[in-house]
Design a protein around this ligand. Sequence first.
Ligand code: FAD
Length: 447
Amino acid sequence: MIRDGKPGRSFARGEAGYERALFGTSFNGRDPGRRPERIVQANTAADVIAAVKAAQAQGLKITVCSGGHNWAQNHIRDGVLMLDLSRLNTIQIDRAAMTARIGPGCEGAELNRRLARRGLFFPTPHAPDVGMGGFLLQGGFGWGSRAFGMACENVLGVDVVLADGSLVQADAQTHPDLYWAARGSGLGFFGVVVAFHLKLHKRPRAIGIASQVFGLEHLDEVYRWLDAIGPSVSRQVELQMLMTPRPMFLNRPGLEVIAPVLADSWRAAREAVAFLKTSPLRSKAVVTTPLLPLSLDVMQKGAARTHFPDGMRWCVDNMWTDAPIDDLLPGLRAIAADMPPEPSHVLWLDWRAAGERPDMAFSMEAQRYLALYGEWRNPADDGRYLDWATRHMRAMAPLGVGSQLADENLARRPAKVLADANLKRLEALRERYDPQGLIGGWPGGEA
Ligand SMILES: Cc1cc2nc3c(=O)[nH]c(=O)nc-3n(C[C@H](O)[C@H](O)[C@H](O)COP(=O)(O)OP(=O)(O)OC[C@H]3O[C@@H](n4cnc5c(N)ncnc54)[C@H](O)[C@@H]3O)c2cc1C
């Protein structure tokens, strides 16, 4: 993504600088072929209000972009006024109150760094440059989220510009329905969030990562083992596995079991990842690394370098699943058989949903999460890879309960992303706050 760091301005379609401004908002390097009528790069909340009023007067629909990391480039639609909020990126931390007020354009890595200096913590995204705006709105599975909750559970309030151009503050007491919707509706949200108020935590003292790598020939037994131990693994560990064409320490396709841990002492951290050492499959692993102390900053940068490099073309899709592992294995084997080249990868997250969550729009999760990230550089390969993730997720959909908005691909494959009752409530709120359907809306209509 090319961010020029200059003060924001407005571009009409076709004007000099328009294309650069457009693609500066997209992590996905693919041109979706769609073109907004106007791009407004807001510098302040007042710019957002003015843009909403202008769109209303001109009869243009509005799409919103904070960090531009929606894989499917949801904000790039034909004929709309596209609001780029990346410049609304301030971070104000109140150490005594353990709260922060951040702009939606603030990046996860910057928030993490500022908090780390003060011994504070928030579950930020796994890659450094993901925008907090889209991340928080859709739920936000961040570092430590198995223990600290979805990021949106740690949102205390939002400042929102509504479709009539008014700026309102919403929290549990004031506009509780807007507050409810802003925690988990993601691209289904019907306002423009110009600030988030966050609850902060004390920073865990021991942060590190342990891992174990296997060749792909062990696929069945490694998935079965991971699934069997999942329920007993501490929530301080984010138990995940990446299937990749070239895992670390191996020059052929394989599986990386990764166990990042955030604990309050090194002893607790070591105990939490001890299952890798005692695993019955350890002798089959190419390597088992000890627990390596690493800052989140380094882990985020590492993830960006190894799995999320800049300038790639992407096709992503996902599912939440509670299906028995033996029912899932044929689909997992089929995915392994035609993975696009590295650094494409398949995430298996042993999430183990936490049971009770607060009442909020976020309402789709299951015990395990499966996401496919296909990436390639050459436009000539679009035809070959573009459908890879969607095709496999379509085939496995009967085994899933729905999709996570973080890695959505609704335009190519409509899926259930909220519980039925929550979707109904959200649509009723949209009808009330944005009866003309001015702001956002699901790609392709329904979710
Ligand atoms: C490399 C990479 C790593 C990722 N890692 C994680 C992860 O660890 N955990 C996780 O949960 N997700 C992760 N994601 C998914 C990511 O959180 C979502 O795509 C999220 O929407 C990105 O936020 P953004 O602001 O960058 O995106 P944008 O593309 O700017 O926004 C996505 C959508 O959210 C809405 N939106 C954004 N900002 C606003 C606003 N201020 N007001 C109203 N609506 C708004 C719009 O509908 C927009 O189309 C990752 C994505 C990438 C590309």
